[in-house]
Ligand binder design. Structure first.
Ligand code: GLU
Length: 427
């Protein structure tokens, strides 16, 4: 297997997501047509980055300021597409990386979009619902110059949900003087949302895991699953794995970790989280330390939280056969090498979690055509796109002796760069 190229800055202890992305792009050049190579430079810089001040009136009457971002990484293949994240640790360089991963992801599953991402540096848990609405509407107004159904289409990401998407859609629509459902995806069904969108990322994680398992001869029935993160992606992935006869043996969220060899009841764990605000204290499993979570023997490990969770400090302890990246950027380049050397297959984020944006694309198509599909039809189309994407990347990885991540980057970057080269340099 060809080693991932590691630039010198990656020997540092703390590597940011943007540097991780740059290291991933470095692997592509030897595997694409020579005429595309000069265009790689366009992937190393975002097309445009907007930083906005988001002032809002708090319920107390005071005014608070938050910093917001919206980045268009690359628009060669279509309008910008990617979620909006509310988190106290959001930075411009993180949003740049998330936007760049959207560029690659959209190309991997061949949805006709470029890569974009947004974020506000805020802890939404400290805001009331009314404050959250004012924050969302002001942020939307500030990034309005970039938005539009054929320009830039946001979606949910960490700490944003259907209600937030409804406010974004309404704010944009009020300013346009018309109802523009196609400006955002992940909306409530009543506002042109799509059936199946809520579970789509978790379902896509399951489909790519199933395809990887087929190739490697690992049965899903009875397989042991460990899931880090129990939000929209982690919960759906755990539930869908269980529905297919797998055992969820370990779960972790920001409040604590759980273990149960015979399998955790995902519905009961969800009900506990609803009521207690997290997994901690769930009676249906034993408590586990955060370090022991990474050591839990399992067949599939699904990181479904934030970036930089699998690092050089825990990669050697991981007992999984297959890692399926539900999160964006959960594995550092150093950890990626360790997993590769240990023979652990990694289904990379730009492939594994692309189910969300795939059903976002279905939602946008349904909104534009004002014709809505059944959930069965959506799940079937999602399954087909995800398994075809997995299998074509698997074939490239085998043919060229590359990791699945590098193969996904080769396939994705090639599609973006072909579009870029055909469009040419303006003026
Ligand atoms: N935030 C999701 C992601 O990281 C979904 C993006 C979308 O649907 O546009 O892929």
């Amino acid at each position: 297997m060809t080693n991932t190229f590691l630039p010198s800055y990656l020997s540092r202890e703390n590597v940011g997501p943007w540097e991780t992305y740059l290291a991933q792009v470095e692997c592509v050049a030897p595997h694409i047509d020579r005429h595309l190579v000069p265009w790689i430079e366009t992937l190393r810089r975002p097309k445009r980055s907007l930083i906005v001040d988001v002032p809002i009136k708090l319920d107390s009457g005071e005014v608070a300021h938050f910093e917001g971002y919206r980045v268009h990484h690359n628009l060669s293949r279509g309008p910008g597409k990617g979620g909006i994240r509310y988190h106290p640790d959001v930075t411009l360089s993180e949003v740049m990386a998330l936007a760049a991963w959207m560029t690659i992801k959209n190309a991997v599953v061949q949805v006709p979009y470029g890569g974009a991402k947004g974020g506000v540096r805020v802890d939404p848990k400290r805001l009331s619902l009314a404050e959250l609405e004012r924050l969302t509407r002001r942020y939307t107004s500030e990034i309005n110059i970039l938005l539009g159904p054929d320009r830039d289409i946001p979606a949910p990401d960490i700490n944003t949900n259907e209600q937030v998407m409804a406010w974004i859609m309404d704010t944009y629509s009020m300013n346009q003087g018309r109802t523009a459902t196609g400006v955002v995806t992940g909306k409530p069904i009543a506002l042109g949302g799509s059936l199946g969108r809520r579970d789509a990322t978790g379902r896509g994680v399951f489909v790519t895991a199933r395809e990887a398992a087929r190739k490697l001869g690992v049965p899903i029935e009875g397989a042991r699953i460990a899931v880090q993160g129990f939000g929209n992606v982690g919960e759906a992935a755990a539930r869908i794995f269980s529905e297919h006869g797998a055992r969820v043996v370990a779960l972790q969220d920001e409040t604590g970790a759980l273990h149960r060899e015979s399998g955790i009841d995902v519905a009961l764990a969800s009900a506990h989280r609803e009521q207690a605000g997290g997994l901690k204290g769930f009676a249906g499993a034993e408590a586990l330390s955060a370090e022991d979570f990474w050591r839990a023997p399992c067949d599939f490990l699904v990181p479904a939280a934030v970036e930089n969770q699998i690092t050089q400090h825990n990669a050697a302890t991981i007992q999984a056969r297959i890692v399926v990246e539900g999160a964006n950027g959960p594995t550092t380049p150093q950890a990626d090498l360790i997993l590769q050397e240990r023979g652990i297959t990694v289904v990379p984020d730009v492939l594994a979690n692309a189910g969300g944006v795939t059903v976002s694309y279905f939602e946008w198509v349904q909104d534009i055509s004002s014709f809505f599909w059944s959930e069965a039809e959506i799940n079937q189309r999602l399954d087909r796109i995800m398994s075809e994407a997995f299998n074509s990347i698997w074939d490239v990885s085998r043919a060229r002796s590359l990791s699945l991540r590098t193969a996904a980057f080769v396939v994705g970057c090639k599609r973006v760069l072909e579009a870029r080269a055909l469009r040419g340099l303006y003026p």
